[in-house]
Design a protein around this ligand. Structure first.
Ligand code: GLU
Length: 511
């Protein structure tokens, strides 16, 4: 029988959330929405030594910014399986550790740090694998080697202990991964992982499996780095007798460096100038700042789209997808097995596409913000702003570029492109500019078409060829050599400003 889809994103609050983690959250979200299931956020904070203040809030804020909304869990409201923070579920796990102990699938171990390191030294000397496992546990201090009454005495005297999983010797553990197919591990390659500690805290493995079971998770979709933990998880489901409830597994491919060798890291971002975090993060200890996509001027829709395409493809040429389109198209079958190379140029391209696609009215707030920064927020009406938005957004990749690119819509040029001036200015120009001012001034309607007509007539009268002068005319109005159609700019600026700018150019351009 098909069970209802429930997936979870289960980050540990150990610092900023890498975009690989964001992608994991996104794929879980897309999968849940596509299947009409639930998406849950669970915070896995059992390792108190790695807890970083602010990290949990950071993760939630990042997901909200991107529109990756959960049905239940931290940051999105409790559901029937609360609490969703493992530190608040501490009381739950001991019972399960005891269950494994009683069934002979786990054991107490009392080894000190020195015991463990001398075991490692001993094993390294003989080139054997230095791990606590079905062979080496027989020479360590645990409830399998110590007499029963001593185990009891140690437990009663409050000695530190851990509960380890008792791996079967030389057993093939097979699991079906929805992306990779059948994967097989031999327990000889694994070790007796710690599941629980005497301070009452479970480790990741126990808490993760118990919670997935208790929260009725149907699919575990997570990064490839957890694939090597999956056989232990399968064994745990077996030992608990929960095989029928075991979720399906899907391990997502790594995000790779642009060069393709190794995992994408913050250092790659710093080196090549792109963010690897969704939003800015300030490390609470070192104060080191990691730049976010949000603060770098990326639009959330673009980030969602570009992350979706890193490791998944729709099987068609379509590259631009809204969230709804992604939900519609997403399947685990189309997630690739091999790592996805991060391409910083493609990331920029995605943002550019979304900036170009933006509605003029959605772009207005960005222009407004720039105007406020330059003390010009009341200088222009809504209609003017809408028109400038239309012309500016087609030419930029990031909203933050709008001032550099389109400042001339709002302030008179202070500089004039030197190359153009040098090439095109000559003794006939001042007279022509004066004529233009005069002829423009007497126009009744000042539209793109009528401006062009009067401009052409004036040029003809002065015996100057259009192609020689057009670029200089643009520089007089805007200061720069490129941009939208120059007569369109003139219409937008209006008659007065156009004439004033020509006058300014006449006075300011010196050869
Ligand atoms: N807490 C783990 C992490 O930080 C979760 C791994 C999993 O999804 O099982 O990624």
């Amino acid at each position: 029988m098909d069970r209802s889809v429930r997936v979870r994103f289960a980050p540990s609050p150990t610092g900023a959330l890498h975009i690989g983690g964001v992608r994991t959250a996104l794929y879980n979200y897309l999968f849940a929405k596509k299947q009409g299931g639930d998406f849950i956020i669970r915070i896995e904070d059992t390792d108190q030594t790695r807890f970083v203040p602010g990290a949990e809030e950071y993760i939630i804020e990042s997901l909200k910014w991107l529109g990756i909304e959960a049905n239940e869990g931290i940051g999105f409201g409790d559901g029937p399986y609360a609490p969703y923070r493992q530190s608040e579920r501490k009381h739950i796990y001991k019972e399960y550790a005891m269950q494994l102990l009683e069934a002979g699938h786990a054991y107490y171990a009392f080894d000190t740090a020195e015991d463990l390191s001398s075991m490692r030294d001993r094993l390294k000397a003989t080139h054997a694998d230095a791990k606590y496992d079905p062979i080496t546990r027989s020479s360590m201090k645990n409830s399998l080697t110590l007499p029963e009454d001593e185990v009891k005495r140690r437990l009663e005297s409050g000695e530190h202990y851990v509960i380890r999983y008792k791996l079967p010797l030389n057993e093939e553990v097979k699991l079906f991964d929805e992306i990779r197919g059948w994967v097989s591990f031999n327990t000889n390659q694994m070790d007796d992982k710690v599941l629980f500690k005497s301070d009452g805290m479970p480790t990741y493995h126990l808490a993760n499996v118990v919670d997935d079971y208790l929260m009725n998770i149907s699919h575990v979709i997570r990064g490839e780095e957890w694939l090597s933990s999956a056989p232990l998880h399968v064994l745990l489901y077996r030992s608990f007798g929960w095989e029928a409830e075991m979720p399906k597994f899907a391990h997502l491919p790594l995000l790779l460096k642009p060069e393709g060798n190794g995992k994408l890291s913050k250092r790659d971002g710093d080196r090549l100038g792109f963010p690897v975090f969704p939003i800015n993060w300030v490390d609470p200890i070192t104060q080191e700042v990691s730049t976010g996509y949000r603060e770098s001027g990326y639009l959330p829709q673009a980030v969602v789209n570009l992350l979706a395409m890193l490791g998944w493809n729709p099987g068609t040429d379509q590259e631009i997808f809204s969230m709804d389109e992604l939900i519609e198209a997403f399947t685990l079958e189309r997630v690739s097995k091999s790592g996805a190379k991060f391409d910083p140029n493609k990331a920029k391209w995605y943002n550019q596409q979304y900036v170009h696609k933006m509605k003029d009215e959605d772009f207005v707030p960005f222009v407004h913000k720039a105007l406020v920064e330059h003390g010009l927020d009341h200088a222009f009406d809504e209609k003017y702003l809408l028109n400038t938005c239309r012309l500016i957004k087609e030419k930029i990749s990031f909203t933050k570029e709008l001032w550099d690119y389109g400042r001339y819509f709002f302030i008179d040029p202070e500089h004039y492109d030197e190359m153009v001036v040098k090439k095109r200015w000559n003794d006939n120009i001042p007279a022509l500019l004066k004529d233009l001012i005069q002829n423009f001034s007497s126009m009744e309607t000042f539209t793109q078409l009528s401006i062009e007509t009067v401009y052409q007539e004036t040029l003809n009268k002065n015996g100057i060829a259009g192609k020689d002068f057009l670029q200089l005319f643009r520089v007089c109005l805007t200061g720069v050599s490129g941009g939208p159609q120059v007569f369109e700019i003139a219409e937008l600026l209006g008659k007065e400003k156009t004439c004033k700018r020509i006058q300014n150019a006449l006075e300011k351009i010196k050869i």
